[in-house]
Write a protein that binds this ligand. Structure first.
Ligand code: ADP
Ligand code: MG
Length: 256
């Protein structure tokens, strides 16, 4: 694969829940090092796209390619499922997801949370994983919280632990679903700072966010969704300064 080849390509994605189509033909490409933000009103389909991309959800039509390799589907329409469990595992572990509600394991320490999947899912050497887990916790600024329980941390610290956990999988891309929207404004900023650092070091990221300032600061490309379709997209400077679609204009004024 070319060095700047797409890490993730979503082509003409269609997704319905119980017959109701919520994603209606969406194309998104993230090349290596790209930061792509998805914005749009609640219910526009942002989370569904992320979940389809890492195969947490089935989709009825369209293609998903990871590093140029298309998902092998079995069946069609509502019966369509990924047909190769090893491919699913490879894609899921390479597109690490960070959720709005952190989703840390309450019965594990922070260090154990970060080490769990690399050791049990990827079967990596425990001592090596521990060393890299400590490094990633340091990187996100909570290296002193290794032995704490999730409940002892603030929301911002928990989310940074969740980011360290995603990084410790050594994924090819990170998928963020509203990583700051469960946080108080002052805690939000500590997570935004970590995401900015990751963008600056050239990580490939797909970020669903309500934070237009962060989207503007970190993105190479911004996609505005409306009712399951891409209404407008472009580089952040153009998109935010000169929105063409009245819907995007309305959306941006509602978020200020
Ligand atoms: P967003 O993340 O932009 O708020 P979602 O992707 O969560 O939007 O939702 C898109 C649409 O799909 C909404 O109409 C939502 O109600 C619907 N939806 C999402 N998840 C489910 C589900 N598990 N079952 C049925 N409908 C769903
Ligand atoms: Mg959502």
């Amino acid at each position: 694969m070319a060095k700047d080849g797409p890490v993730l390509e979503i082509r003409n994605l269609h997704k319905a829940y119980s017959g109701l189509e919520v994603i209606k033909g969406v194309d998104i490409t993230a090349r290596r090092g790209d930061v792509v933000s998805l914005i749009g009103s609640s219910g526009s389909g942002k989370s569904t796209i992320l979940r389809c991309a890492n195969l947490l959800e089935d989709s009825q039509k369209g293609d998903i390619l990871f590093e140029g390799e298309a998902v092998h589907w079995r069946g069609e329409g509502d019966g369509r499922r990924p047909g190769d469990p090893r491919q699913v595992l490879r894609i899921r572990t390479n597109l690490s997801m960070v959720f709005q509600q952190f989703n840390l394991w309450a019965h594990m320490t922070i260090l154990q949370n970060v080490m769990e999947a690399p050791v049990t899912v990827l079967g990596r050497d425990k001592a090596e994983v521990e060393a890299s887990a400590r490094r990633y916790l340091d990187k996100v600024g909570i290296g002193d919280k290794c032995d704490a329980w999730p409940a002892q941390l603030s929301g911002g610290q928990q989310q940074r632990a969740a980011i360290a956990r995603a990084l410790c999988m050594e994924p090819k891309a990170l998928l963020f679903d509203e990583p700051t929207s469960a946080l108080d404004p002052e805690l939000e900023q500590e997570v935004v700072r970590v995401i900015k650092d990751l963008a600056a070091e050239g990580r490939t990221m797909l970020i669903v966010t309500h934070d237009m300032k962060m989207a503007q600061d970190v993105s190479d490309h911004v996609v505005f969704l409306h009712k399951g379709r891409i209404e407008e997209q472009g580089p952040p400077d153009t998109l935010f300064a000169n929105p063409e679609s009245p819907r995007l204009r309305g959306f941006l004024s509602s978020t200020q």
